[in-house]
Design a protein around this ligand. Sequence first.
Ligand SMILES: Cc1cc2nc3c(=O)[nH]c(=O)nc-3n(C[C@H](O)[C@H](O)[C@H](O)COP(=O)(O)O)c2cc1C
Length: 206
Amino acid sequence: MNNGIYDLIHRRRDVRAQFTGAPIPDEVLHRVLTAAHAAPSVGLSQPWDFVLVRDPALRHSFHDHVQHERAAFAATLSGADADRFARIKIDGVLESSLSIVVTYDPERGGPAVLGRHAIADAGLYSVCLAIQNLWLAATAERLGVGWVSFYREPFVRRLLGIPDGIRPVAWLCLGPVTHLETVPDLERHGWRRRRPLDTVLHHDRW
Ligand SMILES: Cc1cc2nc3c(=O)[nH]c(=O)nc-3n(C[C@H](O)[C@H](O)[C@H](O)COP(=O)(O)O)c2cc1C
């Protein structure tokens, strides 16, 4: 057995604070995007698009919006949770080298998407698999990735000119990093611990 894939899966981290801002070589970015585009998809619909956001003005606008949403979430917290959240960094939009916004087009591959007639979300699942491929490939390339979801979809659609009906699924921050932490940030900050596998395992029936 080749342990490489398991090592990679466990080495992958969500990165916010370790971006160096160094450029990503074109051939590396191409390999990472090719890996994302090789993901499985319902009915072979490949319903994703990748918007590469380099423009500092766009990234600053998005970052301002993230700060606003962070404050909205913080306002729902109190006591120890509020203190803990205040110490947690939730994005590396400005420090990373590049942002990649991954979108979902429900019309792609239609009108008859094989395998989606009963589960509309299967298209969205496909986009998430592309994101995971991207994340793992980037890890293999010694890049960090951070998924930012502190945003409202209409804001991102307007900011990037994404057509109506197409959903932004993830704003990803990408780039070289000083290192990858061995423990997730949320666990390091005492926000939440990972569950052991046996707590989520069922046999035959739930
Ligand atoms: C759908 C999704 C949305 C996420 N949104 C954010 C986010 O907005 N900000 C953030 O700091 N981390 C975000 N994360 C990262 C998670 O916090 C992280 O994956 C989790 O704490 C486990 O850490 P690890 O990825 O390093 O193993 C997101 C992850 C996923 C899968």
